[in-house]
Design a protein around this ligand. Structure first.
Ligand code: FES
Ligand code: FES
Length: 179
């Protein structure tokens, strides 16, 4: 006979009731938020549906397009594949936290300069991913940048502009580090 989990009330028919929503504490772009979330809420849905941070896009919702990329403690992740509750106590950065219209992030400026924006749907994820790549300090050459940005898909084919924009910022930062 099937066992009932001891921490969940049984429903008629012997099926356990799903866990209810509870408080989740998230630090996003330097601000603390407490949300009432069901435990299966993805970080992506928490951002978009509960905090109205819609810069992070839902493309495939299956970890295949990179549109939902955000930074967690400086590391890039696909927020569609990660539960919000897993990120309590970590620093989450979305595209809204990287730059402002008055003070663009260097990657945002480089994307403008290299015409790397097309539809814009994939761009926030591309920029967050590029910042993660810079944080990793692993990519120097164009081939390495292409390889390490390969998780971010651009359906309209702005790859050359994106590559040039990321390369420019990578080059500038490695020059500054050598000074
Ligand atoms: S929406 Fe997350 S990888 Fe596509
Ligand atoms: S900029 Fe969105 S698909 Fe290329």
């Amino acid at each position: 006979m099937p066992q009932q989990p001891t921490n969940a009330p049984a429903r008629a028919g012997g099926v356990a009731a799903p866990p209810s929503a509870g408080p989740v504490h998230l630090t996003i772009n330097g601000q603390q938020h407490t949300l009432q979330l069901a435990p299966w809420t993805t970080l992506l849905d928490a951002l978009r549906e509960y905090l109205n941070l819609t810069g992070t896009k839902k493309g495939c919702d299956h970890g295949q397009c990179g549109a939902c990329t955000v930074l967690v403690d400086g590391r890039r992740i696909n927020s569609c594949l990660s539960l919000a509750v897993m990120h309590e106590g970590e620093e989450i950065t979305t595209i809204e936290g990287l730059g402002t219209t008055e003070s663009l992030h260097p990657l945002q400026q480089a994307f403008i300069d290299h015409d790397a924006f097309q539809c814009g749907y994939c761009t926030p994820g591309q920029i967050c991913s590029a910042q993660g790549l810079i944080n990793e300090s692993k990519a120097r050459t164009e081939d390495e940048i292409r390889e390490l940005m390969s998780g971010n898909v651009c359906r309209c084919g702005a790859y050359v502009g994106i590559l040039n924009a990321v390369k420019e910022v990578v080059d500038k930062q490695s020059l500054e580090h050598r000074r």
